[in-house]
Write a new protein. Structure first.
Length: 330
C-alpha cells in the first residue's frame, strides 16, 4: 500500500511539473515514427491473416481482450477527468472560439491537462494493438477499422507536431467517448456483457457520430478564424484543419449511413438487414445482427459501429468455405 501511495504521489507531482514543449520537440524531431508504425501496421493487417490461415493457428485471447479493453477504459476515464473540466472552465471564462484558437502554451500545454493531451497523442500507437488482437484471433479486419487507426495516428502526430490550438477539444471528446466505448468492449468480451448490447451499441454509435460533428465544428471554426487573420488570430496550421475536416467528414458520413442502415432498416438505398435468430444463443441473449448489406455491400458487425467490409473479409470467408469443403470430401 505504501508503494502505491508513493507512486501516486510521485505521479501527481510529475503531472504538476509537466512541460509539454519537451514532448512536442520530440514529436517534431521524430516525424518518421507514425509513418513507420503505419507501414508495419498495414503489413500486419494485410499479410498476417494469410500466414495464420496457412499455419492453421487460432488463438483464444478472451481474457487478454478483457484486460486490454479495461486498461484502455481506465486510461480514457482518467484522461476525461483531466481534460474535460479544464476545457469547460475555458469555455465558461473565455468562450468557444478562444478554446479553439488560443495558443496551447497559454492555457493547456503544461500541467496535468498538458500531460494527458500528450498521452492522448502517443496512445494512438498502442491502440493499434486493437487490430493485432483481431488478427491473432483470425477475425476479419474491416476497412473503417484500419482506416480509422491509420488516419487518427497520423493526424494526431501532425497536430501535436504543429502545436495546434484545437488539440484539447479533440483529446477531450475522444477520451469521453472511449471511456464508455472501451468499458463496453471489455464487458462484451466477457459473457456478462451480452445483455448490454441492445442498449449500449446504438448509444455508443450515436456518441461517435456526435464526436464527428463536434470535430467538424471545431475544424470549421479554426479554418474561419485562421483565414480571417492567420496564425496570430488562430493558433492552427492550415494543412491541419483541412486534413482534420476531411477526416471527421469521412467518419461522419460512414458512421451515419451505417447507423441509419442498421437501426432504421437501411431504406436509404434499398439495403437489407437480416437479424440472427436467438435459437443458437442462450434464451437471455439479445438478438444480434449476424449478416447485413448496405447499398449492395456486405457488412460484418465486429464492434458497435458495424463498419464497412472489405476484401479481407470476403477472402477470409472464401478460404473458410474451401477449407470446410475439403473436410467434407475427406
Amino acid at each position: 500500500m505504501d508503494t502505491v501511495l508513493k507512486w501516486t504521489s510521485d505521479f501527481a507531482e510529475y503531472e504538476r511539473d509537466f512541460k509539454g514543449q519537451v514532448w512536442i520537440d520530440y514529436t517534431q524531431e521524430h516525424a518518421e515514427i507514425p509513418v513507420f508504425a503505419t507501414v508495419f501496421y498495414l503489413a500486419i493487417v494485410f499479410y498476417l491473416p494469410g500466414l495464420l490461415e496457412k499455419c492453421e493457428i487460432k488463438l483464444r485471447l478472451n481474457w487478454m481482450m478483457i484486460a486490454w479493453n479495461l486498461i484502455l477504459a481506465v486510461f480514457s476515464i482518467v484522461g476525461t477527468v483531466r481534460t474535460v473540466p479544464h476545457l469547460l472552465r475555458g469555455l465558461q471564462s473565455q468562450g468557444f472560439e478562444a478554446t479553439v484558437c488560443t495558443d496551447p502554451g497559454l492555457w493547456y500545454l503544461d500541467g496535468p491537462t498538458g500531460l494527458w493531451v500528450g498521452l492522448f497523442i502517443y496512445s494512438k500507437l498502442p491502440e493499434l494493438m486493437d487490430t493485432v488482437f483481431l488478427v491473432l484471433r483470425r477475425r476479419p479486419v474491416i476497412f473503417l477499422h484500419w482506416f480509422h487507426h491509420c488516419t487518427v495516428l497520423l493526424y494526431c502526430w501532425h497536430s501535436y507536431h504543429n502545436r495546434i490550438g484545437p488539440g484539447l477539444w479533440f483529446a477531450a471528446m475522444n477520451f469521453s467517448v472511449h471511456s464508455i466505448m472501451y468499458t463496453y468492449y471489455a464487458a462484451m468480451a466477457g459473457q456478462w456483457g451480452r445483455s448490454l448490447y441492445t442498449t449500449f451499441a446504438p448509444l455508443i454509435t450515436t456518441l461517435q457520430i456526435l464526436q464527428m460533428v463536434g470535430g467538424m465544428v471545431v475544424c470549421v471554426t479554426a479554418a474561419r478564424r485562421h483565414m480571417a487573420g492567420g496564425a496570430q488570430v488562430c493558433a492552427v496550421d492550415a494543412a491541419n484543419y483541412k486534413l482534420g475536416l476531411a477526416m471527421y467528414s469521412s467518419y461522419f458520413i460512414l458512421f451515419f449511413l451505417l447507423f441509419w442502415n442498421k437501426y432504421f432498416g437501411g431504406k436509404c438505398c434499398g439495403g437489407k438487414s437480416r437479424t440472427a435468430s436467438k435459437g443458437n444463443d442462450s434464451k437471455d441473449a439479445p438478438a444480434r445482427p449476424n449478416d447485413e448489406t448496405f447499398c449492395g455491400v456486405d457488412l460484418q458487425e465486429t464492434d458497435t459501429a458495424g463498419r464497412f467490409n472489405n476484401a479481407l473479409l470476403r477472402s477470409h470467408s472464401s478460404f473458410q468455405r474451401q477449407k470446410d469443403d475439403r473436410i467434407k470430401v475427406q
